[in-house]
Design a binder for this molecule. Structure first.
Ligand SMILES: Nc1ncnc2c1ncn2[C@@H]1O[C@H](COP(=O)(O)OP(=O)(O)O)[C@@H](O)[C@H]1O
Ligand SMILES: [Mg+2]
Length: 451
C-alpha cells in the first residue's frame, strides 16, 4: 500500500500522483492516455475533485494497477450517494412477545441469508398457508432475528399488499411510490410510469443489503415489479395463495405453514393467560387448544378472552367453545376469526365458493371429488377443478392422491355460510337458503372433546 509522508494510507489523489510519477508520466502525458483533461487530473490529484468510476477505470488501464482506482472510486461514489439521500428504513412491525415453535421454518428461512451472502440472484422465500396460521408472525420473527444478527444493514422494508380480496389488493404502482419514498427518493424524482418506478427502485437497491417483506400478496403479477434486481437484497413474501407463476419469475423457495403442534399450541395459550391460570387446569388448556384447531389466530383470541374475562383457568372457555358456532364467533377488539376467513372466501370465483359452502355439509374429515360433486350438484370434473382452486387458496389441503382435508374451523365457517352450522346439539341453525346446493341430511360430526 502506498502511504503519505505521515504514514496514513494515501488518498485517491496522492495515490494517482505516486503511480503517475513512478511511470515517469507528466500530467499532459497521462491526460493524453486516459482521454481526460490535464486540469481535471490535477484537481483529482489535489483532492479538489472527486474521481468518477469511468476516470478510475481509465487510470487502472493506463497505469496497469488492476482495479485499484476503480475500487476506490466506486466506494467513494457509494458513500457520497448514501450521505446525500439514503434513508435507512426500519419498517419491521414489532415481533410477537409470545412467539412459539416454527423452528424448522425459521431454519429454512435462514437459507435466504446464505443466498444473499454468496451474492447470487435475489433470494426469495414464499410463506404460504391458510388465514390466521401465522405467516406474517413467522416472517416478522425471522426478520428481527436476522437484523439482530447484523444482516441487512441498509434497512428493511415491510409492505402490506392487502391481498387476496378483489378490489382491496394494493396496486404495484402505489406500492412502489411508498417504497421509493421510504428509501429517500424525493417525490419529484418518482417517475409516473410503473416500469420506470420499478427500474428506479431496482437502481436504488443496487449494491445494498436490504430485506423486503411483501406481506399478504394477492398474486405473482402484484409482486413482479417490486422485486429487487441485484444480489445483496432478500425477499420474504407471505400469501394465502400459492402464487402460481412466481417460479417463472424467480427461483423462490416455498414454506407451507399448518396448525401448531400440540405442546406449542398449549404453550401459546399458557404464555398469554399466564402460568397460574394455565397450571390451574392444564387439561382444559389442552382441550381448548384442540377446540381452536391449534390455529394460532384462534388460540390467541381464545387466550385473550380468558384474560379479558378474568377467568381463573382455561376451563370455562374450553366448555363454552364446545359448539362450533362459539368457536367461529371468536373475536377480540377489532380482530375476528370470521373476518380472516371471509377475506379468503371472497377472493374465490363463484363456482369454487359454491363448492366451498358445500364442503360444510359433508360428514367426516376426508373429502373426495365424488361426494363433493354429489353434494354440490355439479359434474365431478367441475368439483375436481374447484377443489384444486380451494387447495391453491389453502382452504383445503391435499391428503394423498385422491382426498382433501379441511381445517375444522374452516369447515364450520363453510357450514355456516351454507346455513347448516349446528348449535352443538346436532340441530342445524338454518340461515338464508344457499342457492345451488343440494340439501344434505348428513349429520355433522359432533365435537369429540369433553371438558
Ligand atoms: N408461532 C406463533 N407464536 C405465537 N403467536 C403466533 C404465532 N403464529 C401466529 N401467531 C399469532 O396468531 C395471530 C395470527 O397470525 P398471523 O401471522 O397474522 O397469521 P397470517 O398472517 O397467517 O394470517 C397473530 O396474533 C399472531 O401473533
Ligand atoms: Mg398475515
Amino acid at each position: 500500500m502506498i502511504c503519505s509522508s505521515s504514514g496514513v494510507p494515501a488518498s485517491y489523489g496522492q495515490l494517482l500522483r505516486a503511480h503517475r510519477k513512478k511511470r515517469g508520466l507528466s500530467l499532459t502525458q497521462l491526460a493524453a492516455r486516459v482521454h481526460f483533461d490535464p486540469g481535471h487530473i490535477s484537481k483529482v490529484e489535489t483532492g479538489k475533485r472527486s474521481p468518477s468510476v469511468s476516470f478510475a477505470k481509465a487510470c487502472d488501464r493506463v497505469l496497469n494497477v488492476g482495479n485499484t482506482f476503480t475500487a476506490i472510486a466506486s466506494a467513494l461514489e457509494a458513500t457520497a450517494h448514501r450521505q446525500q439521500n439514503w434513508l435507512r428504513p426500519a419498517q419491521l412491525p414489532a415481533a410477537k412477545r409470545h412467539f412459539v415453535g416454527r423452528h424448522g421454518d425459521l431454519r429454512r428461512l435462514d437459507g435466504l441469508l446464505r443466498g444473499h451472502d454468496q451474492g447470487l440472484a435475489v433470494p426469495v422465500t414464499v410463506i404460504n398457508g391458510p388465514p390466521g396460521v401465522g405467516k406474517t408472525a413467522l416472517a416478522v420473527q425471522w426478520a428481527h432475528r436476522a437484523v439482530n444478527d447484523g444482516h441487512f444493514p441498509d434497512g428493511q422494508l415491510f409492505v402490506n399488499l392487502q391481498g387476496p380480496e378483489p378490489g382491496t389488493a394494493a396496486a404495484p404502482i402505489d406500492v412502489l411510490a411508498g417504497l421509493l419514498r421510504a428509501v429517500g427518493v424525493p417525490p419529484d424524482r418518482i417517475p409516473a410510469e410503473l416500469d420506470q418506478r420499478a427500474a428506479t427502485f431496482r437502481s436504488y437497491l443496487h449494491s445494498r443489503k436490504m430485506l423486503l417483506i411483501l406481506d399478504n400478496a394477492a398474486d405473482a403479477q402484484q409482486i413482479r415489479p417490486l422485486l429487487p434486481g441485484a444480489p445483496g437484497c432478500a425477499v420474504v413474501v407471505t400469501s394465502r395463495s400459492r402464487l402460481p407463476g412466481l417460479t417463472v419469475l424467480v427461483d423462490a423457495v416455498s414454506l407451507l405453514l399448518s396448525e401448531l403442534r400440540r405442546p406449542e399450541a398449549a404453550r401459546l395459550i399458557g404464555a398469554i393467560i399466564g402460568r397460574a391460570r394455565a397450571d390451574a387446569n392444564p387439561g382444559a388448556v389442552a382441550v381448548l387448544a384442540e377446540r381452536c384447531g391449534r390455529l394460532p389466530l384462534a388460540l390467541v383470541l381464545a387466550a385473550e378472552r380468558i384474560v379479558s374475562r378474568q377467568h381463573n383457568s382455561a376451563e370455562p372457555l374450553a366448555a363454552e367453545l364446545r359448539t362450533r358456532r362459539a368457536r367461529l364467533d371468536l373475536a377480540e377488539g377489532d380482530v375476528a376469526l370470521r373476518d380472516a376467513f371471509e377475506s379468503s372466501y371472497k377472493a374465490l370465483d363463484e363456482q369454487s365458493a359454491r363448492v366451498f359452502r358445500g364442503l360444510g355439509l359433508l360428514p367426516g374429515r376426508l373429502i373426495d371429488v365424488v361426494s363433493t360433486a354429489s353434494v354440490v350438484g355439479v359434474p365431478p370434473e367441475e368439483a375436481s377443478l374447484s377443489l384444486c382452486n380451494l387447495a391453491a387458496a389453502h382452504l383445503v389441503q391435499r391428503h394423498g392422491e385422491s382426498h382433501y382435508r379441511m381445517h375444522d374451523l374452516l369447515r364450520a365457517y363453510a357450514a355456516d355460510l351454507a346455513g347448516h352450522l349446528t348449535d352443538g346439539s346436532g340441530h342445524a341453525m338454518v340461515k338464508a337458503p344457499v342457492t345451488g346446493l343440494t340439501p344434505t341430511p348428513a349429520p355433522l360430526a359432533a365435537a369429540p372433546l369433553v371438558v
